[in-house]
Design a protein around this ligand. Structure first.
Ligand code: SF4
Ligand code: SF4
Length: 445
């Protein structure tokens, strides 16, 4: 049978074998955590605690400051040591609540399972998801309650669960689908109820046959949920590509999945939603793949948010002597780290450790006009021209050619024979254009 997929894209070496069979392990409770007030798309949180205050695990410590925002919770019990700027994995110094643990991991409440989620109203489910601080755990960190609150004009008919995990190396979603398939299925049903849709689709790339089998079994009692195996291709986990692959709908240029009646969520998000709605449990931990040839023992671990990367590296036996690069996320869209003193945040899907053998030393050559980048771009853009206009700061031309539609998948840079850092230049261009737009908007207020 021909597997479904989207047009264009690339197929980088997968390297999943390093950790795909490693069962989930729970990291020991850390002695201290650094919890950023900003770890989601949207407005940062306002701290609700003060230096010296004692907190319990699961206690709210930062309140949302807008609709597109998400609260944060204490992930260990202990004392707030300080609220200050610390290194953030997004490459900045960010405000964080530093908690030193009391070693008790005392929770704010017990999370006894409730059985009547099916009687909850849509608004009640969305409220529980918001209060639990749930954001997209695939890496985008967009607040989930916002996705579950489409405007009345947008008729949503399909929920798509993203089980692609198309980035090379990463295996966190894979392990969750294999080991926590019932929770993933429950979260899928809750998300479908919150959106009032009768159709659920789970897209999983065909390099995870055990995950496909587990999800088929976990959803076998529900005729309205279909598991669709997909051809392995990058960036199939990007929402627009996934929607095209599983239900053959085209999200318009500049549009959102909502415009074609779809909401997409990730596997980890579905589990977090299930825990929030059935147990009223906040998001205080996530699954992280620690992998690459630069880590002694690759693993998939459940780590408390705010745990320093160093703890996870130590738990995996440490770095190899020739490790030269650490990335948060995968090699295509991840963010290079310059210190291990950064905390796990809600968006930390993986910590990739690469050696001097695996890191390609890029020497850039002139563009040979081969058009390969155009052939790879899943958004039908002209990467070579976008990168050029961004480099010469011709913002108008870059915008006219659709630079803001770039999903920053990195496929263009991956295939470029001249090793031109196309996506890096396009990313900088997008940042500058968005910044100018924000300033222009502020000036008119
Ligand atoms: S231009 Fe953007 S969307 Fe197109 S391949 Fe490059 S990074 Fe991906
Ligand atoms: S793939 Fe590289 S060399 Fe070829 S057209 Fe694009 S930027 Fe130029």
């Amino acid at each position: 049978m021909k597997l479904k997929t989207f047009k264009k894209g690339v197929h980088p070496e997968e390297y999943k074998f390093l950790s795909e069979h490693k069962t989930l392990e729970r990291l020991p409770i850390p002695e201290e955590v650094f919890i950023p007030v900003h770890q989601h798309i949207g407005a940062p949180c306002r701290p609700l605690v003060e230096k010296g205050q004692t907190v319990k695990t699961g206690e709210i410590i930062g309140q949302s400051t807008g609709f597109v925002s998400s609260p944060i919770h204490a992930t260990i019990s202990g004392t707030v040591k300080t609220i200050d700027n610390f290194p953030h994995p997004l490459g900045i110094n960010g405000l964080m609540i530093h908690i030193t643990g009391d070693g008790k991991d005392e929770w704010i409440k017990s999370f006894d399972e409730t059985s009547n989620w099916e009687n909850l109203l849509t608004d009640e489910i969305v409220d529980l998801v918001q209060k639990a601080g749930i954001v997209g755990l695939g890496g985008a960190a967009f607040p989930t309650h916002v996705k579950l609150s489409p405007s009345k004009e947008k008729k949503i008919d399909t929920f798509v669960l993203n089980g692609c995990e198309c980035e090379p190396y990463l295996t966190a979603d894979h392990r969750m689908m294999v080991e926590q398939s019932e929770e993933v299925a429950l979260g899928t049903r809750i998300l479908m109820k919150a959106l009032n849709v009768s159709r659920g689709v789970i897209g999983v790339e065909n390099n995870k046959p055990d995950a496909i089998a587990a999800m088929e079994k976990a959803t076998s009692a529900f005729n309205n949920i279909e598991v669709i195996p997909l051809k392995v291709k990058y960036p199939q986990g990007a929402e627009k590509m996934l929607i095209k692959a599983v239900i053959n709908r085209n999200v318009p240029t500049g549009g959102l999945p909502l415009d074609v009646g779809v909401v997409v969520n990730n596997v980890g998000t579905a589990i977090a939603v299930a825990e929030a709605v059935t147990k009223n449990k906040p998001l205080i931990e996530r699954v992280v793949s620690i992998t690459g040839d630069g880590i002694k023992e690759p693993k998939n671990v459940i780590a408390r948010i705010g745990t320093p990367f160093q703890n996870l590296i130590d738990f995996c036996g440490g770095l190899t002597d020739n490790t030269v690069k650490i990335i948060m996320g995968g090699p295509m869209m991840g963010i290079t780290q310059h210190t291990l003193n950064v905390p796990v945040i809600k968006a930390t899907s993986g910590i990739l450790c690469l050696t001097d053998l695996s890191v390609i030393k890029h020497k850039e050559y002139p563009c040979i006009q081969c058009g390969t980048c155009i052939g790879a771009c899943p958004m039908n853009l002209l990467p070579t021209r976008l990168a050029r206009f961004a480099q010469v700061e011709n913002w108008q031309m870059a915008e006219d050619l659709g630079i803001l539609n770039c999903v920053e998948c990195g496929s263009c840079a991956f295939v470029c024979p001249s090793q031109i850092p196309l996506v890096q230049r396009i990313r900088i261009g997008k940042l500058r254009i968005n910044e100018m737009k924000r300033k222009a908007k502020l000036a008119t207020v």
